[in-house]
Design a protein around this ligand. Structure first.
Ligand SMILES: [Ca+2]
Ligand SMILES: [Ca+2]
Ligand SMILES: [Ca+2]
Ligand SMILES: [Ca+2]
Length: 464
């Protein structure tokens, strides 16, 4: 009897939890990328991997690539959802590596069950920055090679470039008809919003700065239950972590907030067109999404400052800074900010114009004048002398690489951390003279961090 009760409880729990996850992917149209046409991240079946849980493997490729999905019931903009967050999207981000996806929502206004209504963008922290481009377009052209080759693109500003091929992924990067029959074989154009996070390639391990809030594949995941969201307005990782979204952030094509009680369809689209050094193009990855369960008992900070990224090294004497204040994720228009700088030879005026007369390490703070506890900080290096960014690459030597059973690193102290492609720490050891066993790890790409004193040396490892 006891056994029967246990089983039926388990089934009921499983069924209710299941319904909080993605029920169906309606469209998957990626941009070219290093994981495209390759299992498990970039083939047609990758789209179904994000259904029913948060451990799927779906890449959107370079800028503009997208996926459209729905849950089995509409996502409610429920007033008792913690922090206003209505759903969470789970990516595979790393601690210093963000691949921000712009999120759009749609209400099934004509009640036909099809995503043929109006897309409203969820305006994240970068939406109002002066360098964000809306209605941007990029056209990708198939290089028509049997193996990987640079994929040329042109954008709606008349600029051109390449999605670069690398030696790790040798298949064609342009979506092939066998996997993506909906993508023309010659070329195609994607359109959307393009944001400009700072990408720091001065170190061996390229760093892509995290967005303040409102982008997919941006923050690390937390812990179950996945239906209790992170507070997107704090730096700390709470509850499920990852990236929570509030339907109340939705804006129309003119940037005006709209009021939506619920949405039926969600689109995630890579918002960044940039190259991450040997790590390849920056591509949003999605592992799943969960609807939030209302809980009026959970609350927290509701205001946040978004400070536009500073380059890791500044060589100029004047820099225009930009910061915006948000209340529950909506822009506080006309909010007064208090700026502060902490370095001799640096000053900043009320409008955020930074003036520099000497080199050093600079920390900038923008705070809400009416509540200085709400602030954002950025630290950067000022180098007015050389005019050339010093290469501070700290590479960790690993051999053999690729490896199947064990690896050796050139280090005898510190702590070696091994992260998988989802950014999860899978192993942490103190390196010594003995090889480090890795035979238990699944095949794939890993990132190694060796932390010793205050420095981090990094390497990419391919596990065979
Ligand atoms: Ca909400
Ligand atoms: Ca419809
Ligand atoms: Ca948080
Ligand atoms: Ca990613």
């Amino acid at each position: 009897m006891k056994k029967i009760i246990l089983i039926s409880c388990f089934i009921a729990f499983w069924a209710s939890a299941q319904s909080q996850y993605i029920a169906e992917v309606l469209e998957y149209k990626p941009a070219p990328g290093q994981l495209i046409n390759e299992s498990p991240w970039g083939v047609a079946s990758s789209a179904t991997s994000i259904v029913g849980g948060v451990t799927g493997t779906l890449t959107l490729g370079a800028w503009g690539g997208y996926v459209v999905f729905r849950f089995d019931e509409p996502v409610q903009n429920h007033p008792e959802n913690p922090f206003g967050v209505d759903f969470t999207i789970f990516g595979n981000t790393l601690p210093d590596w963000s691949e921000p996806g712009v999120v759009w929502v749609m209400d099934d206004e004509n009640n036909n069950g099809e995503p043929d209504d109006t897309w409203y963008q969820l305006a994240g922290s970068d939406y109002y920055f002066s360098n964000t481009k809306k209605n941007h377009e990029v056209t990708y052209t198939n290089p028509q090679q049997a193996t990987s080759a640079n994929v040329p693109y042109t954008d709606s500003d008349g600029l051109s470039g390449y999605i670069y091929s690398n030696s790790t992924h040798t298949q064609p990067y342009y979506p092939l008809a066998e996997n993506f029959p909906n993508i023309p074989e010659e070329s195609y154009t994607l359109s959307g919003t393009r944001i400009f996070p700072e990408v720091d390639s001065t170190t061996f391990m390229t760093k892509v700065y995290k967005r303040a809030f409102g982008y997919a594949d941006n923050q690390l995941r937390g812990t179950e239950p996945w239906t209790t969201p992170d507070n997107p307005y704090t730096n700390e990782k709470e509850n499920a972590g990852a990236d929570g979204f509030d339907i109340s952030w939705a804006v129309d094509a003119n940037g005006n907030y709209v009021e939506l009680d619920e949405v039926h369809f969600i689109k995630v689209q890579n918002g960044i067109l940039a190259h991450g050094g040997w790590l390849g193009e920056i591509s949003t990855e999605i592992c799943g999404a969960a609807r939030v369960i209302p809980n009026a008992a959970i609350s927290g900070r509701e205001k946040i400052i978004a400070l536009r990224d500073l380059p890791s090294i500044i060589h100029r004497h004047t820099v225009q800074l930009e910061a915006l204040a948000f209340d529950r994720g909506r822009l506080m228009e006309g909010a007064q900010l208090a700026w502060n700088v902490d370095m001799d030879g640096a000053s900043i005026n009320q409008d955020g114009l930074l003036q520099l007369t000497q080199s050093g390490t600079l920390t900038v703070t923008a705070a809400l004048a009416s509540n200085p506890e709400i602030s954002a900080t950025a630290t950067t290096t000022i180098d007015l002398g050389s005019g050339i960014a010093e290469n501070t690459a700290l590479q960790l030597d690993v051999f053999p690489n690729p490896a199947a059973d064990e690896i050796n690193v050139h280090a005898t102290n510190g702590q070696l951390q091994i992260f998988n492609a989802r950014g999860q720490l899978v192993q942490s050891v103190r390196p010594g003279k003995q090889p480090i066993g890795i035979s238990h790890l699944p095949k794939g790409l890993y990132i190694l961090h060796l932390r010793e004193n205050n420095a981090v040396r990094t390497a990419k490892l391919i596990k065979k």
